[in-house]
Ligand binder design. Structure first.
Ligand code: FAD
Ligand code: N01
Length: 542
């Protein structure tokens, strides 16, 4: 390709929070960059997931950027955990404040990224055939950005409207007078169900696996609280960066075990004591016990307390039984918090289909046929999640040295060094890639750390006139082993656990625990050490 207006120092794919901050940082470093984004505007997750009830479950004070003191001081969150429209407003505000849109190509989906060995640069091609060339290519494509629509027989025959929570219409959906069927009871469904139930004539919920969810206790933020938080930001940020999951819990704390550090041992309690705790505090009583996260026997006692509370909240015993998770430990899947989820099942316009008693056989023109019978509705909502962590990367035809395909390199599951780079794919970076804390953390903390690391690495190379960076195969191998070792023995990898962290939600996907469970603070230290040791594990060449 001849030098053209489509040549940059860096091409970034994705304009969610990762791509937005990366563009800002690269510009600050004096590098030329172009961001390519499939959507029509910024925001990523918060642009696509506009389903009713969508919100974050990290305190908004903490689910925000720290890189600009001015931004941090001026932005006023209204609730402990912000709803999707407010987070999208925040993304729009950032785009405007830092004039980001002028370097973002919207409605532009990247189809391929090939490393040109002779030119030592990446050629990135969009699905409409436009080419971009850059020394560096950064995939800021998101961990939860490829919605999963299961292949169910007859799906095309459905005559009514079909929606997916992960690709919700920007204008919303008028649910009044509709009879709606929703498939799935993960985080998205648990947020959407209570809100949709209030709007529809009837809601039928198809549940394959009941979930564990805790009350969110969300509430508006007072002016005093906001002021105090903004004044304490330096300390909050420092604590976030050093913590396990990037969350201090600023603004949480609602009474009962919600305020208690988990220090007690459930194995030391009697049945009567546990029953009394459930009676007093409900679901959150479980939070006081530290052994639940590490000991399977303790975990099962907590699950039992959990089921007792479901029995107390749900009026219909058959519905209560259907909602009780039984076959996998608490803490194996992404934690979920909710507002009035269980209470919704007491409404007269809501019914639950427990697919454990007979699964979906076909989708018909006007509903779903299961082994238990037919259920009719006129609107179908898939709340069936994502091809997580690797989905967006593997949809792009990425090729490295010797024309090697990323999909071949990752045939047995994702392999990276630090979740940042891949052997054989020089100058390609992933933001919050597999092998980093990523989805196990407050993502904004992890995004900032990765973007800072990547930008500083590119500056380091520029200043020393180095052209290529790539991890050694040995460093990648060792990191993959380490990522697996630290996950072993946790609830995340329990044999009965079928989570998207393990790829278990996508038929045929290799079963590998993808994120790094070692913690945000430890991981940051490791990344800093690598740099201090002259990019240990990487080869940098002129
Ligand atoms: P994304 O926001 O996913 O952005 C990636 C962008 O890349 C997308 O806009 C996509 O269109 C674009 N893209 C992908 N492939 C291509 C391609 N081939 N060509 C062009 N563009 C492409 N995290 C938390 O820490 N706390 C929360 O409370 C929380 N809540 C969440 C709620 C929901 C409903 C979901 C789905 C996720 C949530 N997350 C949460 C995770 C969330 O994804 C991250 O917090 C964060 O927004 C990710 O930002 P990102 O820029 O890395 O990725
Ligand atoms: O997706 P999920 P999600 N037939 O994969 C079911 C983030 N997020 O969109 O468990 C029937 O969790 C599937 O059933 P099963 C967060 O990281 C955060 O809800 O596989 N059912 C499951 O019930 C989260 O973890 C927030 O048996 C089928 C559901 O669909 C991630 O995004 C809010 C099926 C999918 O649940 C994904 O959440 C929302 C089939 N063929 C999202 N296929 C916050 O609050 C799938 N299912 C921060």
């Amino acid at each position: 390709m001849k030098p053209s207006q489509n040549e940059f120092d860096v091409v970034v794919v994705g304009a969610g929070f990762s791509g937005m901050y990366l563009l800002h940082k690269l510009r600050q470093a004096g590098l030329s960059a172009r961001v390519l984004e499939a959507g029509t505007d910024v925001g990523g997750t918060w642009y696509w997931n506009r389903y009713p009830g969508a919100r974050c479950d990290v305190p908004s004070i903490e689910y925000s950027f720290s890189f600009s003191p001015e931004l941090q001081q001026e932005w006023q969150w209204t609730e402990v955990m912000a709803a999707q429209p407010e987070i999208l407003d925040y993304a729009n505000h950032i785009a405007q404040r830092f004039d980001l849109r002028s370097d973002i190509e919207f409605s532009t989906r990247v189809a391929s990224a090939h490393f040109q060995e002779d030119e030592q640069r990446w050629r990135v091609t969009t699905d409409s055939g436009v080419e971009y060339a850059a020394r560096f290519c950064v995939m800021a494509t998101g961990c939860l950005s490829v919605p999963n629509t299961p292949q169910i027989t007859g799906a095309d025959n459905f005559a009514g409207d079909v929606f997916h929570t992960g690709n919700w219409p920007a204008d919303g959906v008028d649910f009044s007078k509709r009879r709606v069927g929703i498939i799935g009871t993960g985080s998205s469904a648990i947020q959407a169900i209570p809100v949709i139930a209030e709007q529809v004539e009837h809601l039928t919920i198809f549940q394959r696996t009941p979930n564990y969810t805790m009350p969110a206790h969300n509430r508006p933020l007072s002016d005093d609280f906001r002021k105090q938080a903004i004044e304490n930001y330096d300390e909050i940020r420092q604590q976030q960066r050093e913590s396990q999951v990037g969350i201090v819990g600023y603004g949480f704390g609602f009474g009962g075990a919600d305020n208690v550090e988990p220090t007690e041992a459930i194995l030391e309690t009697t049945e009567a004591e546990r029953a009394a705790l459930v009676e007093e505090e409900g679901f959150v009583a479980i939070r006081r016990f530290a052994d639940v996260a590490i000991d399977p026997e303790a975990n099962e006692l907590a699950c039992d307390m959990y089921r007792q509370q479901i029995g107390r909240v749900i009026h219909n015993p058959e519905t209560a039984e259907a909602l009780m998770p039984r076959d996998y430990p608490m803490g194996c899947k992404r934690p979920v918090i909710d507002t009035d989820y269980y209470e919704t099942f007491n409404r007269s316009n809501v019914s639950l289909v427990d697919l454990r008693k007979g699964g979906i056989e076909t989708i018909t023109a006007n509903g779903v046929q299961t082994a238990q019978g037919n259920y009719e509705f006129d609107t179908l909502v898939y709340a069936t999640g994502f091809d997580a962590m690797t989905g967006a990367l593997q949809k792009i035809d990425i090729r490295g040295r010797n024309n090697e395909r990323l999909n071949d390199h990752w045939e047995a599951g994702p392999r990276t060094y630090l979740g940042l780079q891949i052997n054989g794919f020089p100058n390609l970076f992933t933001v919050t890639g597999p092998g980093s804390p990523s989805v196990l953390s407050n993502m904004l903390v992890s995004i900032e750390q990765h973007v800072d690391w990547i930008t500083e690495c590119i500056e380091h190379m520029r200043d020393r006139q180095l052209r290529l960076i790539e991890p050694t195969l040995a460093a990648e191998d060792e990191w993959v082993v380490h990522v697996n070792e630290v996950a072993e023995g946790t609830m995340f990898t329990a044999p009965s656990c079928n989570s998207w962290y393990l790829g278990a939600n996508i038929p045929g996907k290799p079963r590998i625990f993808m994120p790094y469970v070692g913690g945000v603070g430890e991981y940051r230290k490791k990344c800093d050490e690598v740099v201090a040791n002259d990019y240990e594990g990487f080869v940098l060449s002129a």
